[in-house]
Structure formats: structure tokens, C-alpha cells
Design a protein. Sequence first.
Lengths: 215, 215
Amino acid sequence: MARTPRNTLSADLIVRTALELMEAKGAGAFSLRGVAAELEVGPMALYTYFRNKDDLYDAVRNHLMSLLPPVPPEVPWPDQVRAVCRSLRLLMLQHPCLVQLLGGRPLSGHETARVAEGLLGVLRAAGFAPEAAARTHTTLFTYVLGSASWEIQMAAERRDPEAWRRLRVSIESLSAREFPAVVELAPELARTTGGDEQFDYGLDLLLSGLQARTA
Amino acid sequence: MARTPRNTLSADLIVRTALELMEAKGAGAFSLRGVAAELEVGPMALYTYFRNKDDLYDAVRNHLMSLLPPVPPEVPWPDQVRAVCRSLRLLMLQHPCLVQLLGGRPLSGHETARVAEGLLGVLRAAGFAPEAAARTHTTLFTYVLGSASWEIQMAAERRDPEAWRRLRVSIESLSAREFPAVVELAPELARTTGGDEQFDYGLDLLLSGLQARTA
DNA sequence: ACCTGAACACCGTTCAAGT
DNA sequence: ACCTGAACACCGTTCAAGT
């Protein structure tokens, strides 16, 4: 590797490198020194572009949020809501660190507003009153956040053989007398954990609740 | 402070001390060395009771899960579901670190099964088929997880004056042409973010969807 | 078994200095 | 402005040693 302490450094390059490291090793193992090493610069070089680690976190989150596709026009509003929620979930699954970035840092930046704008615009156009639109938006967003977070967690569990073994043993050691429902439904729980179908199940519950309310 | 390197140390004492520190400073600032200092022992004393930091995290999560109250009997099943979800949310709000512990660590332990048992038992008794019970359980759990996580985040934001100021500025600087819905609904969003009412709004949407399906 | 102390390989960040 | 290098106050964890 040749030395590259030229003018090649930029905020954008740092964000892209940070994102790569987060996705490769998980957001927990991410470090400023790791980014600096990857870019073959000293750790302090990054401080020219970002005030501190949290500032870099914000920039990465903002970059990820900008990847969200726009709302499909010209379709009924329930389909629009479904599309927004699905693409938000997909973005989180493709970039698992996004969940941690959303849950651990204050909000800021126009990209976050852009996400809210899409869903709120759809709901307002569908005739939702201001308060109902706001409440519905928050409900949908938190459902997507929670289910994606849980899905990522479970996928990580399945990937780690040791963790997966411990979970299987833990479930199989449960007494059927003390935990009848868990023991009976263990196969169903394993089969229905994660996946598009599970996500749509909850999303459809929310949408049918909404449609019952607007009718 | 007198020295206490006697036989006063125990797994239970360490868990309680760790929990105190997590709640005081946030789960992010928590460290093994901090717990050891609080207990006035060397950092290595903890390794007699826990294999590593993650092992202690699991113990704390298990302890918190054991605090969940039992399901109220002798009421209609929608009220039972509501009660379980509300008390789970309340537990998360009272112990914000629980959300991070659930989202960042593999599952294990009987306490986690106990939580699932309550909700699954209610749904099975209400006549839900195995797959529907499993899917509904996951949907409800992820909704509680996501909304509590978001609520904790927002509460932290409001507590930190600097973060709160940045958020206000960020919202006020949005152009009404680019973000019409966000600008219009900003007061509604602020007013409806968090709180029992917002949580129940989404929970009722899910429940009315469920009741429409079982009828 | 229960706990200590030194050591290792890491962190984020400050400070003073170079260009 | 852009980047370096040394230093500080932290981490989790290993290892060898004490009782």
C-alpha cells in the first residue's frame, strides 16, 4: 500500500469508509481509529471533517436516509403506506447499523425530515386529520423500527452457531408444565420469526385498523 | 468508605450495581471497571461470577425481565393483550437500558420465555391458531419494542438542552415548499410524540385489526 | 473458590506542532 | 486549511500469582 496523505481525504470519503466498516464488522466494533487506518491517515485527520465520533454517526445516518426511494404516486393510499413502510424496512435490513444509529443518536438533518414528509403527505392527502396523521405516522414508523430491529437481532443469532445452539438448548430445556404455550408453539415461533410475510402480517393489521377507522 | 474485599461479593450484588450504573449514566457509559470501582474491588473480581461483559449484560436483562407482572386473569382477551403490552412498555420506560439489552444481545434464560408465555397463552386461549398466535405475538412485541425505543430516544432528546435546541432549529429551517406536511404538522408531531395516548393509539389499531379478523 | 496486580491491545480526544 | 505525533484517561481481557 502506497502512502496517500495527499488531498484525497473528504467528508464523503470518510462517511463511505465508515459505512463499509460498520456493515462489515457491525456498528459495535466500529472505531474512528479503524476508519483512519483504513484510509491510511492518522486518527486526528478525521477531526478536520467531523467534530467527534457522534458527528460522524450523524453523517452516516443522514447518508443512509437519503437512499430511501420516493413514494409511488398514482396508487391508492394504503398501497402507498405499504410501499413506504416496506422500503424503510428494506433499507434497515440492508444496513443493519441504521437501526442502532436511529436508536442511539439525536435526530437532525433534512434526510430524516424527508422520510417523515413522504408518509405524512400520503396520510394528509388521504384525508387524515392533523392529529390522526401525526399519530399514524409515529405508529407506523415505530412498528417498522421495532420489527426490523428484532429481525436483524434474530438473523445475527442464526448466523452465530454458538448463540444459535444456546438458544435451541434454552428452548428445549423449558418445562412443558411451566411454559405450555411456548413449548407448543416453538416450531411456529421459529418458522414465523422474521421474513416479509411476518412483517406484512403486522402491517396489514395496522392498515385494516386504519381503514376501519376512516370508513 | 471502608474497604470491603470480604465475602460480600455475589452475582446478585454485581447485577444490581450494574443496573444502577446503567440507569444513572445510560447503558453506553456503563463499564465493568465502573462496576468494580463502585464495589471497591479490582476489575478482575467480577470474572469470578461472569465470564465476560456480555454475560453480565444477559444477567441484567434476565433480572429486568423477571420484574414483568403476570397476566391479569378473568378479563376478556383484548384487555389481557392490552395489559401485557402496557406493562412491557412501562418496564422498558422505567429501565431504558432494557431496550438496548434486548436489541444488542442474543436471547437466553427462562425470564424471556416467561414473557412470551404470557402473551402466547392469552392468544391460544382466545382461539388463535398456532401460526396466527405466533405471528400476532411477534407483531405486538416488536410494536412495543419499537415504540418504547423511540419514546426513550425522544425523552433523552428533550432532556439534553443542546440536542433539543438543534432539533428545533433543524425543524424550523425546513422549507415549507420542500416539506409541506412536516412543516404543517410539526406542532402535532411534537405534541403526539410519546406518551400513553400515542402508544394506545397504535395498540388499538392492532387490536381492532385482530378483532376484525377473529370475527 | 475467590480476589489481586501487572500487562496487553485497544479506545476517543486534547494539545502542540508542522505544512 | 489540513494533517501529524505524542500523550492522557479510559476500555475489556489475559496471565500469573496470591489466599
